[in-house]
Structures are given as structure tokens and as C-alpha cells.
Write a protein that binds this ligand. Structure first.
Ligand SMILES: [Zn+2]
Length: 251
């Protein structure tokens, strides 16, 4: 129990750090130095304004000094980090498998945050994911070849579908970053789940598209797909034991 609570706290702190890192990276600021400031008025934030999840709730999502809204991304990431880390440590305790998935969650959180803000998926985050998968697959004695093949097939399928969609819609539907991300996440979900992963990502993407269309007045044509791929991956990783049991019982 202590492990699970500690994991939740750690997850929320990491979620907060990931948001800060992405923000500073996108703004071209130094990632390691400098105190946290309000984006609107520039005042240095107090320690009590930097407690993950709780500060946002206590301040009703607004800056203490100027009242400017604090970006929801930080709250979402802190909460997501806490929930994911609690689920992972609840299910598997603290072991290498948990660490593998925890690092994946951190990478995907960064991918989703940057894609959501800047509509790009940095190659180095995808490459880091592939390397981390290879390293842990080697430590955990997983079948590297079969999962690589599964991920390749997934990426090729997504590429073919996006090519067909581009033709029909006469514009770019999926970016190259999305296809590379599918390859990386395909490695982690494993060969049995790549199609589920694709379907779930598409469903989440459609729901997100619907919500954005409904809420925003400017009818932008483009929406980032990275967050949908990230969410689908995390759901499959966390629900994997339940999905496996379901598949064994039913097929
Ligand atoms: Zn302020």
C-alpha cells in the first residue's frame, strides 16, 4: 500500500516536471535552471503554488497574483501521472516490468504535451522509446523479432491508410511523426495487441476531434493525433492483464 501511495505522489511530481520541461523546451528556455514563473505576469511562484494537483485545485486554476488561468495541461499531466503510476504499481509492484512501463508513460506524456501544443512529435522521443524498448526486451528476454515485425506491420498499415486518406481528402491526414510513433508504441503493446491499438487510437482520436470541434469556435481542420496514440498505448499497457484474461476465456 505504501508503495502504491508513494508511486502516486512520484507520478504527479513527474507529470509536473514533464509539463515544465515541455513548456521550456518549446519556448527555447533552459530546461534545468531558473525558477518556475507565471506565464502571464512573470512573478516567481511560491513553493506552495508548485504542489502537484493540489495547488491547481486550491488556486482554482488561476495565478495567485494576476488571476491568469494556469494551463490545464499541467493539471492533466499531474493527475495522469499519479493515476498511471498507481495503476502500474498496484498491478505489478516494483519490478523491471513496472519501470519499463513507467518510463514509457513519461515519454508518451511528453509526446502528447508537445504534439498538443506545437503539432510536432520530436523524433528523439520516439527514438528514445525504441531504444528503451530494445534494452528492456533484452533484459526481460522478450521475443524481439516477432514484436519488431508486429510494429513494422502496424506502421506500414497506418502509412497505407494515411496515403489513401490523403488521396480522398486531398490533404495530409496523418503526419510522418504519427506513423513513427505508432511504430514505437507498437513495440510496447506487443504483436497481439497492435490491431487493438490502432482501432482504439482511431476511436479516441475521433472522440477528441468531436470534442474539439464542438468546443472551439475556430473550425480548425487539423488536430494532433499524438495524444490519442499515447492514451491508447497507456490504456492497453495498464489493462493488458484483463485483456489477456478476456482473450483466453473467449477464444
Ligand atoms: Zn500571474
Amino acid at each position: 500500500m505504501v508503495q502504491v501511495i508513494f508511486s502516486g505522489i512520484l507520478g504527479s511530481i513527474i507529470g509536473s516536471f514533464v509539463t515544465c520541461w515541455c513548456e521550456r523546451r518549446l519556448n527555447g528556455d533552459s530546461v534545468v535552471s531558473g525558477r518556475s514563473r507565471c506565464n502571464a505576469c512573470g512573478r516567481v511562484l511560491l513553493k506552495r503554488d508548485l504542489v502537484p494537483i493540489f495547488s491547481y485545485l486550491a488556486l482554482h486554476g488561476r495565478c495567485r497574483y494576476c488571476g491568469a488561468p494556469i494551463p490545464k495541461t499541467s493539471f492533466v499531466n499531474e493527475l495522469a501521472g499519479a493515476v498511471c503510476f498507481v495503476c502500474l504499481s498496484w498491478q505489478w509492484g516494483w519490478q523491471l516490468w513496472t519501470l519499463r512501463n513507467a518510463v514509457l508513460v513519461i515519454l508518451l506524456m511528453a509526446v502528447a504535451t508537445i504534439d498538443e501544443t506545437a503539432y510536432i512529435i520530436p523524433d528523439f522521443l520516439v527514438a528514445a522509446g525504441v531504444l528503451w524498448w530494445g534494452f528492456t526486451a533484452w533484459l526481460l528476454h522478450q521475443s524481439v523479432f516477432k514484436n519488431l515485425l508486429g510494429a513494422f506491420i502496424l506502421a506500414a498499415l497506418v502509412w497505407a491508410v494515411s496515403m489513401a486518406m490523403d488521396r480522398v481528402m486531398q490533404r495530409e491526414s496523418l503526419g510522418g511523426g504519427d506513423i513513427k510513433l505508432f511504430f514505437m508504441t507498437g513495440l510496447f503493446v506487443g504483436r497481439y495487441f497492435v490491431l487493438w491499438h490502432l482501432l482504439l487510437s482511431a476511436c479516441i482520436g475521433l472522440v477528441m476531434y468531436g470534442i474539439l470541434r464542438y468546443r472551439s469556435s475556430d473550425q480548425k481542420e487539423e488536430i494532433p493525433f499524438g495524444p490519442a496514440i499515447a492514451l491508447s498505448t497507456i490504456l492497453i499497457i495498464i489493462l493488458e492483464p484483463i485483456l489477456v484474461r478476456f482473450l483466453i476465456v473467449n477464444y
